[in-house]
Design a protein around this ligand. Structure first.
Ligand code: AMP
Ligand code: ZN
Length: 490
């Protein structure tokens, strides 16, 4: 295992040395999507960031159980504690069964995750598949006196909890502040305290997705599913819990309270939060209406898009910003990433035909060290990418005869570039296997062969014209002592 990994823990607001609870084994839980509509690119950013984290932990040799849930029940509108079940609402509009909607968008989500070449989690539990576990957890929270029932709805008693354990640690907020920033109870409210939130919600006659419970027919509150499923699969205290930053203040704060109130222990050692994808500085969201669907991005079929971008160019664009910084969408940035991605892929291809020498002009071990240091420093992918570009520069320089490399160093460089580009960043080549690319390869071989014949006949004007015309369509021909080569200009 290489070097020591540090990561930023939201709980302590510092970068900490990463020490798993059990040596060599990691429990990782990430809040998954709510499957009542298509995932937008913002959601994808969070899942792609955790894919990078998962991939690097695997690369370091850890055995990782990665749990990412599917929220398919009880996710509410408004302040998320009141109103109709979102799945039931959408079902009524579309005249579908709620589980038909869940199925449609779950499949869509998986498709998008595959297109972005992310690894599937080890377990992908659904909220509807864990109603019993959620009910059991709520029963224990009531038994421990941190929750109460009113008319078939169960609420978590935040003020009572705060007498024993600090509520709001994750955002470093005091209860008094939080209370003063919340609206007053209006007298009609069943809650005892302004911050109290629902663990179980009483079903109305028209609610479609409901289950029997000790408190009558109802459905679970949104936060309880993650507490119940994470403890079931990873234990009462596990290593890493992740999600988007927007989940920190309410969802994750309440997860901590529920788990602590139920199991008498803090559930998570390291909390990790990814920053938001924004469009013109505004967070991408379903409600803001500024969300591109991944499909729109690939085809370019959206008013904000100048053209379509390939999935790997989009992924590379995401990797060039650290997961804790905001990432603002722009056509210029995507076009730069498209070029950068092509440069990296071309250099990796060129590596196969490099000639070696007795000496190396660049320090490849230093480059390797820098790659590990970048990722060990809280998964700093932009610095890693800068180092991979340095690798690409060395490869091109050696190819142009301006630098040299030994066979051993070339071997180290090959492993380094492949491991980090494909295994850790999770990129893949988009060009080598298509029918069009194979055809282009064949056509270029024929053209270079014809040009060789023309040159042999000393018809240099014709051979130069061929080279110049190819150059006009961004194909570069290089004459070397071993014959001509071609490449596409970036
Ligand atoms: P949801 O389906 O709304 O529960 O969101 C699924 C995941 O996407 C959560 O971890 C959110 O924090 C995350 N997310 C939502 N909007 C964005 C955004 N604009 N940028 C990055 N992550 C986001
Ligand atoms: Zn969650």
């Amino acid at each position: 295992m290489q070097h020591q990994l540090s990561l930023y823990n939201t709980l302590s607001r510092t970068k900490e040395k990463f020490e798993p609870i059990n040596p060599g084994i990691i429990g990782l839980y990430v809040c998954g999507p709510t499957v009542y509509s298509d995932v937008h690119l913002g959601n994808c950013r969070t899942f792609i960031s955790f894919d990078l984290i998962y991939r690097y932990l695997l690369h370091l040799g850890f055995k990782v159980r990665y749990v990412r849930n599917i929220t398919d029940a009880g996710h509410l509108e408004g302040d998320r504690d009141e109103g109709d079940d979102k799945f039931a609402k959408k079902a009524k509009i579309e005249q579908l069964e709620p589980m038909e909607i869940v199925q449609k968008y779950t499949l869509g989500f998986h498709e998008v995750m595959t297109v972005f070449n992310t690894l599937p989690p080890s377990i992908e539990p659904t909220a509807t598949g864990h109603i019993c576990e959620q009910i059991e957890m709520i029963k224990r929270i009531i038994a421990n006196d941190f929750a109460y029932e009113v008319n078939g709805t169960v609420y978590f008693n935040v003020e009572k909890y705060n007498e024993k354990f600090p509520y709001g640690q994750l955002t470093n907020r005091q209860l008094e502040d939080l209370i003063s920033n919340t609206r007053e109870l209006d007298g009609q409210d069943e809650k005892r305290g302004r911050l109290d939130f629902a663990l179980w919600i009483n079903a109305k006659a028209e609610t479609l997705m409901k289950w029997p419970s000790p408190w009558g027919w109802g459905f679970p509150g949104w936060h309880i599913e993650c507490s119940a499923m994470s403890s079931k699969y990873l234990g009462d205290t596990f290593d890493i819990h992740g999600g988007g930053m927007d989940l920190q203040a309410t969802h994750h704060t309440n997860e901590i309270a529920q788990s602590q109130a139920c199991n008498h222990t803090a559930p998570v050692k390291y909390w990790m939060h990814t920053n938001m994808l924004t469009v013109n500085g505004v967070r991408m969201s379903k409600t803001a209406g500024n969300g591109f669907l991944p499909g729109e991005l690939f085809t370019g079929n959206h008013p904000l898009l100048e053209k379509g971008y390939s999935p790997m160019a989009v992924k590379f664009f995401m990797m060039q910003t650290h997961y804790r910084s905001t990432l603002d969408f722009s056509n210029e940035a995507l076009q730069a990433s498209e070029k950068g991605y092509a440069r990296l892929m071309n250099a990796i291809k060129t590596m196969d035909s490099l000639k070696t020498s007795n000496t190396s002009t660049s320090n490849i071990s230093e480059l390797k060290k820098n790659c590990y240091e970048a990722m060990n420093d809280d998964f700093n992918s932009p610095i890693l990418v800068a180092n991979l570009f340095e690798g690409a520069r060395i490869i091109n320089s050696v190819n142009d005869g301006k630098e040299s490399i030994t066979a051993d160093d070339l071997n180290t460089l090959k492993i380094l570039m492949h491991t980090y580009t494909f295994d850790v960043l999770g990129l893949k080549s988009e060009h080598s296997n298509t029918t069009t690319d194979k055809a282009l390869q064949g056509v270029m071989e024929i053209i270079l062969d014809i040009r060789k014949d023309i040159k042999a006949k000393k018809e240099f004007e014709a051979s130069d014209k061929l080279r110049d015309n190819l150059n006009k369509i961004h194909i570069t021909i290089k004459d070397t002592k071993d014959g001509a080569t071609w490449s596409i200009q970036e």
